[in-house]
Design a protein around this ligand. Structure first.
Ligand code: ADP
Ligand code: MG
Length: 238
């Protein structure tokens, strides 16, 4: 399970309204892309969904239940950041298992989850290394593995590949697509890479200045952009 419903989400920082009424429904198992210019509110929206930021108005529901009062750790959401956010002093194994350990899960269950996730992500040979002994691509896979072991209802990715060089970006994108197929999990993925958006997304949400410009499948947006802004991001030239 992992359906998501956003109703009229608004968020202001001081006098500045950054999210201006976002409505969106994501189905269980869907892969949804958020694209839009820098500063349009993509990260803020992910943070509101994750509960890391309170919305000024509106509601977030997961599997039909409003989660506005549910703390981040209880929402069944795992977020993967551009900057990996790994603990440098911990091994890959301990970075992946820390969240489960803090949640009081038994050791053997944690070990089993880590084994499954590391196999899925090709990290078996790196479990005893520390982040400094890994490449950027491997670090990001550890960060993804840390999300996978938590078995979340919903994955949120905030530009996870933008610190990687071109070849690794392609590689890791394919890994994420495979992971989505294997887990059948709901994923929301922020990017400003058109190729990532077109190849990964079941649907793409085009955001601009805190509003949704258009939502559709890659082909719908490509063939039928509603305005020049969408066309500029994704559509074919008219
Ligand atoms: P994006 O991820 O699309 O680049 P963000 O969601 O990070 O955009 O930011 C949207 C806007 O909100 C930007 O103008 C940014 O400066 C502002 N903003 C984000 N977080 C804060 C904050 N904690 N305090 C004040 N302004 C913020
Ligand atoms: Mg951002």
């Amino acid at each position: 399970m992992g359906s998501l419903k956003l109703e009229n989400i608004r968020k202001s920082f001081g006098q500045v309204e950054v999210l201006k009424g976002i409505d969106l429904e994501v189905e269980d198992g869907e892969f949804v892309i958020f694209v839009g210019p820098s500063g349009c509110g993509k990260s803020t929206l992910l943070r509101v969904i994750a509960g890391l930021e309170d919305a000024s108005a509106g509601s977030v529901s997961i599997d039909g239940d409003e989660v506005d009062t549910v703390p981040p750790a209880k929402r069944g959401i795992a977020m993967v950041f551009q900057s990996y956010a790994l603990y440098p002093h911990l091994t890959v194994r301990d970075n992946m298992g820390l969240g489960l350990k803090q949640a009081g899960r038994p050791k053997d269950a944690i070990a089993e989850r880590i084994a499954t996730a590391s196999r899925m992500l090709g990290l078996d040979d790196y479990l005893d290394r520390r982040p400094a002994e890994l490449s950027g691509g491997q670090r990001q896979r550890v960060a993804i593995g840390r999300a996978v072991v938590r078995n979340p209802r919903l994955f949120l990715f905030d530009e996870p590949l933008s610190n990687l060089d071109a070849a690794l970006r392609v590689n890791t994108r394919i890994e994420i697509a495979k992971l989505h197929r294997k887990l059948n999990a709901t994923m929301i993925y922020v990017t400003h890479d058109q190729v990532e958006a077109m190849t990964l997304g079941d649907r793409i949400v085009i955001l601009n200045e805190g509003r949704v410009e258009q939502i559709g499948s890659p082909m719908e947006l490509y063939n039928n952009p509603q305005n020049m802004f969408v066309a500029g991001f994704i559509g074919s030239p008219r």
